[in-house]
Ligand binder design. Structure first.
Ligand SMILES: Nc1ncnc2c1ncn2[C@@H]1O[C@H](COP(=O)(O)OP(=O)(O)OP(=O)(O)O)[C@@H](O)[C@H]1O
Ligand SMILES: [Mg+2]
Length: 354
């Protein structure tokens, strides 16, 4: 065959702060960015991972896709938050078919939901380091109700949902595609969103620890709103470094941002410390890679680096993806890149059906 058919899907990340869309072209040897954009959601459209205002989200998806003139109709999207549980568990050595048969029974001990209410999946990690009669697996459970809610949203927006992934694994996919050669054994991927911070620790490229912190960059917006009597939109702009209409001294705003980010940074450090003292840690974290809009918070990279003592950097989701200068403002793409990390991992997913 002369031309390889592009099988990548349209990546749609429905975040509680922003909808993100990434469209790629896969020509076999190289992936090229064909569209990227984001659209803000009203602050109460998604609360605690629950869809509260479906029509606002559907409209945002329709408008964003129209503005970007996306071509693909088949979508890969993802879920995060309390509807997703990712756990490393240990089982006696058995083959994959036996795991399939016993996983429901096993999962009842690890999942706080009724097993009939979740979709279960697993990945075999390998033999257990302490007991070679046992094996480690990663168990993933996602609430069926939430999957259905997301499928409905995508369909209402006129698209075909093909893959419903988990934010954590989409991020892992982005990292894998872009940082194959990073040379570090244990890497922590930390995505700081508007309302959720996902920590995913990879050991030799495979998840060995996953934890959510139910807080994100929105707490900073709320602090700025309160402290300076601003609207949500004004506080968002101030946080992003556009202090138009901001009458007070900007240095006061900067210290307010730093102070509001402090509890979240502490939670991140606590999770890292917890990992280091846990049984799953097979060494120390060698690098932290930050993503999500919250990773753009003033000074946060430096603060996390100093407090953890670990090399910390911002993700570049397009490191191994061609971004044509003719169609994109490269400076803007570099600035906004970290927000696109989950959507890029979704856009790299292959359409195995069509
Ligand atoms: N340049 C910036 N500086 C500071 N904060 C920023 C910047 N850009 C975006 N943010 C913040 O990042 C957050 C949005 O990030 P992101 O799009 O990753 O979250 P989300 O996926 O919508 O949320 P969640 O994953 O928690 O549901 C918002 O709170 C926004 O204010
Ligand atoms: Mg997000």
């Amino acid at each position: 065959m002369l031309f390889r058919r592009d099988k990548t899907l349209l990546g749609l990340n429905i975040g509680s702060g922003y909808i993100k869309i990434v469209e790629l072209k896969d020509s076999g040897s190289v992936h090229t960015l064909s569209s990227f954009g984001l659209a803000a959601l009203p602050p109460d459209a998604i609360v605690d991972g629950t869809i509260m205002d479906a029509s606002a989200i559907v409209n945002a998806i329709i408008n964003l896709a129209a503005n970007l003139k996306v071509k693909k109709k088949r979508i890969s999207t993802s879920i995060s938050g309390h509807s997703v549980i990712i756990k490393k568990i240990t089982l006696p050595l058995m083959d994959e078919n036996t795991i399939e048969e016993t996983i429901h029974q096993e999962a009842t001990q690890h999942i706080p939901y009724d097993i009939s209410d979740v979709n279960l999946d697993f990945q075999i990690l390998g033999p257990n380091a302490d007991n070679s009669d046992n094996m480690d697996i990663i168990l993933v459970a996602v609430k069926k109700d939430t999957i259905n809610d997301y499928l409905t949203l995508v369909e209402m927006a006129g698209f075909t949902p093909v893959v419903v992934d988990v934010d954590t694994f989409a991020l892992e996919n982005t990292f894998e595609h872009n940082y194959e050669d990073n040379g570090k054994k244990i890497v922590a991927l930390i995505d700081i969103g508007a309302n959720l911070t996902c920590i995913n620790i990879l050991d030799d490229g495979v998840t060995c620890f996953s934890r959510n912190i139910t807080s994100g960059s929105r707490v900073i917006t709320e602090q700025l709103q309160k402290q300076f009597s601003l609207s949500y939109e004004q506080a968002e702009l101030l946080k992003m470094g556009s202090p138009e209409n901001f009458a007070d001294d900007i240095t006061v705003a900067i210290s307010a941002i730093k102070e509001a980010a402090f509890p979240l940074i502490n939670e991140i450090i606590k999770a890292i410390d917890f990992f280091h003292t846990s049984a799953v840690a097979d060494g120390r974290i060698e690098k932290i890679v930050l993503s999500g809009g919250g990773a753009k918070t003033f000074n946060i990279i430096k603060d996390i680096k100093n407090k953890s003592g670990i090399e910390t950097e911002l993700v570049d989701p397009f490191r191994n993806i061609m971004v044509p200068e003719k169609y994109f403002d490269l400076e803007y793409i570099r600035e906004i890149g970290p927000i696109a990390a989950v959507a890029t991992g979704l856009a790299l997913r292959k359409d195995e059906v069509s």
